[in-house]
Design a protein around this ligand. Structure first.
Ligand code: FES
Ligand SMILES: [Fe+2]
Length: 457
C-alpha cells in the first residue's frame, strides 16, 4: 500500500488573518485622547501579541550575555519564548523554545550553558543551531526527513552587540527601524570606554498589576517624578537640581524628543552642565570608592560621571528603555499584568571602582523610586476599570511649545506628552492590519536573512 504523503505545514502564514482594524484603532486613539480599552481589553491584548510583538523588531539580549558556545538566555517576544544561544560556530541565534514534536518547552532556566537541548517529554535532541540532532527511539519515524523538524528561529540582527528579533516575513532593516534613535544608541554605547558594555544576565524583576503600555506611557513622562517620587526627592534633596526631579521640570532646559517608530528620548543633560556626578546623593560605599578614584586620577572626572546614570532615557518601542546606566525590558504577561526586567550594565574597560559604584547607583532608584511608578501603574489600571469614563488625556504640549521638524519628529520640554502620542501612532500602524510572520526553520534560511540585512544596512 502506498503511504499517504505527510502534509507539509505552509511556511508563510498569517497568525491573525483577522479584519482590517484601521477604523477601530483610529477611534480608540485620537489626536489627544486614548481609549481605556487599550489597557483593559483582553481581545486587543491578544492582537498586540501577534500584530505588534512578532512583526516589529523587539530587543532580546546583549552579546555579552552569551560570550561562549552553548551560552543561552531565555527571553520573550510577546508570549513566545526565545532561546538566544551562541552556537559552536560563534553565531548567535534566536531559537523558539518549543519542541517541534508536540510543543514542549525545552528549557525552563533563565540562562545557562548547554551542549544541546533535549526535550524532557520524549527525548528529541536539538543542536545549538536548532537542528534536530537525535531521536532516542528512531523506529517508526521513517518519514521525518519529509518535514522540517529543526527548531523554529526568529530573525536576529544586532547593532553593536544589541540583539533584536522579529518574525516578520519581510522585516525592515534594523537600522531603518532604529532610524533617528540610532545615534542616541551609539552615543550610549560610546560612553563606555572602547564601546564595551557588559550586561549582567541576571535582571532584577518587578511585576505590577497593570497593562504593559503603562510603563511605556511613563518612559518619557518628565512630569510625574516631581510628584510620584516625592519621598525619593526628599531623601536626596533632588528637587534642588534641574533634572526630572526638579520642582517644575517643564521650566528647565531639559528636552524630550520623539524618534520615529514609537522611539523617544528624554535628555536631562542640558539641566546639569556640571555633569551627572553632581546629581549623586550619598550612598553606601560610594564615597570611599569615589575618593579612591579621585586619588588615583584627579583629572578623570569622567570616571565619576560614568559611574552615575547618564541622564538620558532612551526608549526603543516596544520593549527596551535605557534608564540611566540600566536597561529596562518591558514584558507583557496579560492585559492587566506586566513584568519589568532591570539589567545592570558594567563598563568593561573602566576601573573597578566605577563598576562597583554602578552597582550601588543602579540598586538605588529600583529600590526607592520604581515602587512609586509601579504603584501609579496599578492605580491607573484600577481607575481605568470605570467603563463610563472612557478616555485618558494625552494632550500636554500639543500645539503649545512642541516643535515639529520636517519628518514629523517632535521636540518639547520634558513634560510634553508628545512621546505618548508618538508611540500610540506606531501602535495604530502595527495594530491596524495583520502583517505576515514566518518562522525560519533551516540554518541556511536564517543565515540568508541575516546576511541580506547586513548588506542592506
Ligand atoms: S514533545 Fe518534545 S520530544 Fe515529544
Ligand atoms: Fe518614575
Amino acid at each position: 500500500m502506498t503511504p499517504m504523503a505527510i502534509p507539509t505545514p505552509p511556511a508563510d502564514r498569517l497568525l491573525d488573518p483577522g479584519p482590517d482594524l484601521t477604523d477601530l484603532v483610529d477611534r480608540l486613539v485620537q489626536p489627544e485622547l486614548a481609549h481605556r480599552r487599550l489597557y483593559t481589553d483582553p481581545g486587543l491584548f491578544e492582537l498586540e501579541m501577534t500584530r505588534l510583538f512578532g512583526p516589529s523588531w523587539a530587543y532580546l539580549a546583549h552579546d555579552s550575555e552569551v560570550p561562549d558556545a552553548g551560552d543561552f538566555v531565555l527571553r520573550r517576544l510577546g508570549r513566545r519564548q526565545v532561546l538566544v544561544v551562541r552556537g559552536r560556530d560563534g553565531v548567535v541565534r534566536g531559537l523558539l523554545n518549543r519542541c517541534t514534536h508536540r510543543g514542549t518547552t525545552l528549557v525552563t532556566e533563565d540562562r545557562g550553558c548547554a551542549k544541546r537541548f533535549t526535550c524532557p517529554y520524549h527525548g528529541w535532541g536539538f543542536d545549538l543551531d536548532g537542528r534536530l540532532a537525535g531521536l532516542p527511539v528512531p523506529d517508526s519515524y521513517d518519514r521525518l526527513h519529509e518535514r522540517p523538524f529543526d527548531l523554529g528561529q526568529v530573525v536576529l540582527e544586532d547593532h553593536r552587540g544589541f540583539w533584536f528579533g522579529t518574525l516578520a516575513a519581510e522585516p525592515m532593516p534594523l537600522a531603518d527601524w532604529l532610524g533617528p534613535a540610532l545615534p542616541w544608541l551609539d552615543a550610549h554605547i560610546d560612553r563606555h570606554p572602547g564601546g564595551k558594555l557588559k550586561v549582567l544576565p541576571t535582571p532584577v524583576k518587578q511585576d505590577y498589576a497593570g497593562n504593559w503600555k503603562l510603563a511605556w506611557d511613563n518612559a518619557a513622562d518628565g512630569l510625574h517624578a516631581t510628584f510620584a517620587h516625592r519621598s525619593y526627592n526628599l531623601l536626596g534633596k533632588q528637587a534642588e537640581t534641574q533634572t526630572v526631579l526638579a520642582r517644575n521640570p517643564a521650566h528647565t532646559p531639559m528636552i524630550s524628543r520623539t524618534l520615529g517608530h514609537g522611539h523617544c528620548v528624554v535628555d536631562q543633560r542640558p539641566g546639569i552642565p556640571q555633569g551627572a556626578w553632581a546629581t549623586m546623593r550619598p550612598m553606601p560605599t560610594c564615597e570611599a570608592l569615589a575618593a579612591s578614584l579621585t586619588e588615583r586620577a584627579p583629572d578623570r572626572r569622567d570616571w565619576l560621571d560614568l559611574a552615575t546614570g547618564n541622564m538620558v532615557n532612551l526608549s526603543l518601542f516596544p520593549n527596551l528603555i535605557f534608564v540611566g546606566n540600566q536597561m529596562m525590558v518591558v514584558e507583557p504577561l496579560a492585559v492587566d499584568r506586566s513584568r519589568l526586567h532591570f539589567f545592570l550594565v558594567l563598563a568593561e574597560a573602566a576601573p573597578e571602582e566605577v563598576n562597583l559604584m554602578r552597582l550601588r547607583v543602579d540598586e538605588d532608584f529600583v529600590s526607592f523610586g520604581t515602587p512609586d511608578d509601579l504603584a501609579m501603574f496599578e492605580r491607573v489600571q484600577q481607575g481605568l476599570a470605570v467603563p463610563e469614563e472612557e478616555w485618558i488625556d494625552i494632550s500636554r504640549g500639543d500645539g503649545a511649545g512642541d516643535a515639529i521638524d520636517d519628518h514629523g519628529l517632535v521636540t518639547g520640554d520634558i513634560a510634553t506628552e508628545a512621546p505618548i502620542r508618538a508611540y500610540l501612532a506606531e501602535w495604530k500602524r502595527l495594530m491596524a492590519r495583520p502583517v505576515p510572520t514566518r518562522i525560519r526553520r533551516s540554518r541556511v534560511e536564517a543565515a540568508v536573512t541575516r546576511s541580506r540585512h547586513a548588506k542592506e544596512a
